[in-house]
Design a protein around this ligand. Structure first.
Ligand SMILES: NC(=O)C1=CN([C@@H]2O[C@H](COP(=O)(O)OP(=O)(O)OC[C@H]3O[C@@H](n4cnc5c(N)ncnc54)[C@H](OP(=O)(O)O)[C@@H]3O)[C@@H](O)[C@H]2O)C=CC1
Ligand SMILES: O=C(O)C1=N[C@H](C(=O)O)C[C@H](O)C1
Length: 235
C-alpha cells in the first residue's frame, strides 16, 4: 500500500517505521491542512490520521469526501463521531477508528469489562481509574481512559458516568490524569475496599504497539466500505 500520513509527529513517525518494515510505501507526510489540500488526486491508497483534537474532524471529512479510506487514532474529538459516521455512509466511504490500536490494550478492554461484570456482586469495592502520559499530550482524560470508563459503565450497574478527578458521587467513575515524561501510556483500573484493593494495569513500553495496530488496520480497511473499529478487526 501507498500510505498518506496525516500527522507526522510522534505517531506519524512511528507508523512510518512499521509501514516500511511491512513493505508499504509512504505517499505523503502531512503536517498542515494546507499541505493536505495540495495532495494530488489518487495520491495514496489509505490515509492514517494521527494529529490533534482540533484537526481530526476536518482531516477525516477531507478523506471521506475525496474517496480516501481513513484510519484515525486521534483522541479528543469523539463528540463529532456520529456526524463522521453519517458522512461515511453518505459517501460510501471507509473509516476506521480506535482510541487505542495496541493488541494489549484491546485485550485489556475485554478484561476490564469481564472484571466489571464480576464486581456487580461486590458493592463494597469503589472503582477508580488512573491514566499517565507524557507532558505533550493535548487531551485529558486519554481516549483509552474514556473507552475503559465506557466499558465500566456498560457492565457495572452502580456506575452511570465518569468524571475527571476525584468525586464523592457514588454513581461516577473518577479518572485521574497524570502527565509525566516520557510515559507512552499507562492505564490502571482499581477496585478499592476497606479490606483490600484489586488493580488491573496496562503499561505501554513504547509506541510500537499503537503504530503496528494502525498499519494492520489500514491493511484490513483497504477494499472495505463502512465505519469500523478494533472489534471488527479482532473478531
Ligand atoms: N489511537 C491510538 O492508538 C493512539 C492515539 N494517539 C493520539 O494520536 C494523536 C497524535 O499523537 P502524537 O503523534 O503523539 O502527537 P504529535 O503532537 O507528536 O503529532 C501530531 C502531528 O500532527 C500535526 N498536525 C497538526 N495539525 C494538523 C493538521 N491540521 N493536519 C495534519 N497534521 C497536523 C502536528 O504538526 P505540528 O507539530 O507542526 O503542529 C504534529 O506533527 C493524539 O490525539 C494522541 O492522543 C497517540 C498514540 C496512540
Ligand atoms: O497521546 C498519546 O500519546 C496516547 N493517546 C491515546 C489515548 O489518548 O488514549 C492512546 C495512547 O494511550 C497514547
Amino acid at each position: 500500500m501507498n500510505l498518506i500520513l496525516l500527522g507526522y509527529g510522534k505517531m506519524g513517525k512511528a507508523i512510518e517505521q512499521i509501514a516500511l518494515r511491512r513493505g508499504h510505501t509512504i505517499a505523503a507526510r502531512i503536517d498542515t491542512a494546507a499541505e493536505r489540500d495540495q495532495l494530488p488526486k489518487g495520491a495514496g491508497d489509505v490515509a492514517i490520521e494521527f494529529t490533534q483534537p482540533d484537526a481530526a474532524v476536518d482531516n477525516i471529512r477531507y478523506c471521506l469526501r475525496n474517496g480516501i479510506p481513513v484510519v484515525s487514532g486521534t483522541t479528543g474529538w469523539l463528540q463529532h463521531r456520529p456526524e463522521i459516521e453519517q458522512l461515511c455512509q453518505e459517501q460510501q466511504g471507509a473509516f476506521f477508528y480506535a482510541s487505542n490500536y495496541s493488541i494489549g490494550v484491546n485485550l485489556f478492554f475485554r478484561l476490564n469489562r469481564s472484571l466489571a461484570r464480576l464486581m456487580n456482586a461486590y458493592p463494597e469495592y469503589q472503582v477508580e481509574m488512573e491514566e499517565i502520559h507524557h507532558t505533550q499530550k493535548k487531551d485529558a482524560p486519554s481516549g483509552t481512559g474514556i473507552t475503559l470508563a465506557e466499558g465500566l459503565m456498560a457492565e457495572l450497574d452502580r456506575k452511570t458516568g465518569w468524571v475527571e478527578g476525584p468525586t464523592n458521587d457514588p454513581a461516577l467513575i473518577p479518572i485521574l490524569s497524570k502527565r509525566i515524561d516520557p510515559v507512552p501510556g499507562t492505564h490502571t483500573v482499581a477496585y478499592r475496599s476497606a479490606i483490600d484493593d484489586i488493580e488491573i494495569k496496562h503499561t505501554a513500553h513504547s509506541r510500537e504497539g499503537f503504530a503496528t495496530g494502525a498499519v494492520v488496520a489500514a491493511e484490513w480497511l483497504l477494499g472495505k466500505q463502512g465505519a469500523f473499529g478494533m472489534d471488527d478487526l479482532l473478531g
